[in-house]
Design a protein around this ligand. Structure first.
Ligand code: NI
Length: 629
């Protein structure tokens, strides 16, 4: 099996890259590896390889944290040459992402601090082992220097208790991870006892008897699945794609193409969720600063779940392991991190004509998925490929509501009471998809479509006529747009040089799902740091280093990096190699039904061919073989 240029680094490559990176000049002894990833080849080199040119250089991009000097270091390593190509010390104040080890180390640092222990004791908590502590990214709420996190505390007396059931009201601990010390204990309500009652148990039925009327439900595919994996290149029906993985973004799909009448037609060069930010909307003292960038401030790769057959996934499954690095640069394999399977999804099309004879085809979809656990929440990243040429992203949100203490007798408009002394706050989850679409090749144009009612007049004597209006985005400044369900607004990517059978340019359209505006004030700290929330759509010309909508290092960043900075150049977009950034929010006003563990909520979007094909591309799906009455 030959290696594909976009294959993620294997365990040996990760360890080799890390060990070379750690030889960079000037590192102190207190250094750790934050991430090791494939430095993806420049698109021109990749496309040249596709056209038969030589394999692009295999390089690794390593981010180190040097606690001794209090800085981050970026290292590029040549894996072909086994040597260090460059090492760049990041500016003072730039903080690489928080690793999962640091998340747990925060608990140890906090539990060792006498001011914290005194605050616990004043609340009647005398065993610090019962304090469940989380490290929340500090944003730019703290002016103190250092590598900062804000630690929150819950009381957990029994191991099966929900860790978020008993929040300590008003207790926030400011920690400097570089120095390994507590900077400050902010106790907004000294001596407030923890909530006494709510245990929030969800394991084993949460204390209720399991329902007893579920019969077995088996999915069998006696002849195996209809897809094939060649290394990480996945072929199913007429689709072909490369299944990638990234330490920050998690699941990545590359080089998505559809074979149409024997021709391999490109649809997308790379698709990923480049950021996920979760601003909370509650002035509560332990909530108001929570606006974590899950992708950019923590990194989803190492938070990937190992999946298990029959539980997470049903049917004939193929799994791919994922590999991340630990703080010393050792490779850590997460088994079954990516799940590939098919699902029956009902009817694909049907018609019964006047003879009474039905014609129909059943729909099946290919699912490529991954699930991450980020503290209290689970995020499922599910990509679906359909037989009608459309494809889709569905985010699945589940896990446990984040909670806070509450001491007032009055209800707060910003949260839902879950029990005495415990509330869960309003919040939003904003995903930013980065879609390097290449519709029949890289040179594409982007426009939006809106339904327009024709005015009354000789051409519209009945007042019923409507048409579709087109607004072309010629430059980046014009492509900052928002969804509008009242005009069925869609965002279309076309190839102006290729025409379908009626002479229109071939295209795909982005169909928004449920979406929402950000509820934070435009000059709030989170909006300044996540400027990409200002619009649902951004379009940029491809640039190798423009990867994340809030920039490379959002942790503790004061804002302005990423999309707002790049698009200030107002580059032209027509007939260009465009990257579409689609921002979509899951608006979460919690319900009692979301506690103590939340049923899955969904959000996402669909990419649908519009005149890309000359006819329904699913005409050739054979009728179902086993109709019973
Ligand atoms: Ni939520």
């Amino acid at each position: 099996m030959s290696r594909h240029p976009l294959d993620p680094l294997d365990p040996a490559e990760i360890e080799r890259a890390a060990s070379i990176a750690l030889t960079a000049d000037g590192l102190s002894d207190l250094r750790r590896v934050i991430s090791v990833e494939l430095r993806e080849p420049d698109k021109a080199d990749y496309l040249a390889w596709r056209g038969g040119a030589r394999v692009p250089a295999r390089e690794a991009f390593v981010v180190l944290l040097d606690r001794g000097r209090g800085c981050g270091v970026e290292v590029v390593v040549s894996l072909d040459g086994g040597c260090l190509l460059s090492a760049t010390t990041l500016d003072e104040g730039v903080q690489p992402a928080i690793s999962i080890d640091e998340f747990w180390e925060t608990g140890e640092i906090v539990r060792a601090d006498p001011r914290y222990l005194a605050a616990l004791a004043a609340r009647g908590v005398h065993d610090p082992a019962q304090a469940y502590i989380e490290a929340w990214s500090a944003g730019d709420h703290e002016s103190a220097g250092g590598r900062l996190v804000l630690a929150l505390t819950w009381l957990r007396e029994h191991p099966d208790d929900n860790p978020y059931a008993r929040p300590l009201y008003g207790l926030v601990v400011v920690v400097d991870l570089s120095a390994g010390v507590v900077i400050r204990v902010d106790d907004h309500a000294p001596g407030t006892p923890p909530p006494a009652v709510e245990r929030g148990v969800y394991r084993n039925g949460g204390g209720r008897a399991y329902r007893d009327d579920l019969k077995p439900f088996e999915v069998t595919q006696a002849e195996g699945p209809s897809f094939a994996l060649d290394g990480r290149v996945l072929r199913w029906q007429k689709w072909e794609l490369h299944v990638g993985f990234h330490p920050r973004e998690g699941l990545v799909l590359n080089d998505i193409a559809y074979t149409d009448a024997g021709e391999r037609r490109q649809v997308c060069h790379r698709a990923s969720m480049a950021e996920l930010v979760v601003p909370y909307g509650d002035p509560n003292p332990t909530v108001h600063f929570k606006n974590v960038f899950d992708t950019g401030e923590y990194g989803l790769g190492e938070l990937t779940n190992p999946l298990s057959l029959g539980c997470d996934c049903l049917g004939e499954i193929r799994y791919l392991d994922v590999v991340v690095s630990d703080p010393a640069g050792a490779a850590v394999t997460i088994p079954n991190g990516i799940c590939i399977h098919e699902e029956d999804v009902g009817l694909l099309w049907k018609h019964t004509d006047d003879s009474g004879r039905p014609d129909r085809a059943r729909a099946r979809r290919l699912v490529v998925s991954s699930i991450v656990t980020v503290g209290n929440y689970e995020y499922g990243y599910f990509w679906y490929f359909h037989q009608d040429g459309s494809w889709e992203f569905e985010g699945k949100l589940t896990g446990i509501l984040h909670s806070a203490g509450w001491i007032s007798k009055e209800r707060s408009p910003h949260s839902l009471p879950l029990g005495p002394g415990i509330v869960t706050s309003n919040h939003q989850h904003f995903f930013c998809a980065r879609l390097d679409l290449d519709v029949d090749g890289p040179a594409n144009s982007v426009f939006r479509t809106d339904a327009i009612c024709d005015p009354w007049g000789p051409g519209n004597p009945d007042g019923v006529a409507f048409r579709t209006g087109r607004t072309t985005f010629t430059r980046e400044s014009e492509a900052k747009d928002v969804v509008a369900s009242e005009t069925a607004r869609r965002f279309r990517v076309e190839n102006p040089t290729r025409r379908n059978r009626i002479g229109d340019a071939v295209s795909y359209e982005l169909v928004p799902g449920d979406n929402v505006a950000p509820m934070q004030q435009p000059d709030s700290t989170v909006r300044r740091r996540a400027r990409f929330l200002d619009h649902h759509l951004w379009v940029t010309p491809y640039a190798r280093d423009e990867r994340y909508p809030a920039g490379e290092y959002p942790n503790q960043h004061t804002g302005g990096d990423g999309l707002p900075r790049w698009t200030a150049a107002d580059r032209p977009l027509e007939n260009a190699d465009v990257v579409v950034w689609y921002v979509f929010g899951a608006h979460h006003v919690p319900r009692l039904e979301d506690w103590p563990v939340m049923p899955i909520a969904r959000c996402g979007f669909t990419l649908r061919p519009v005149g890309f094909f000359d006819y329904n591309p699913a005409l050739d799906v054979p009728p179902p073989g086993h109709c019973h009455t």
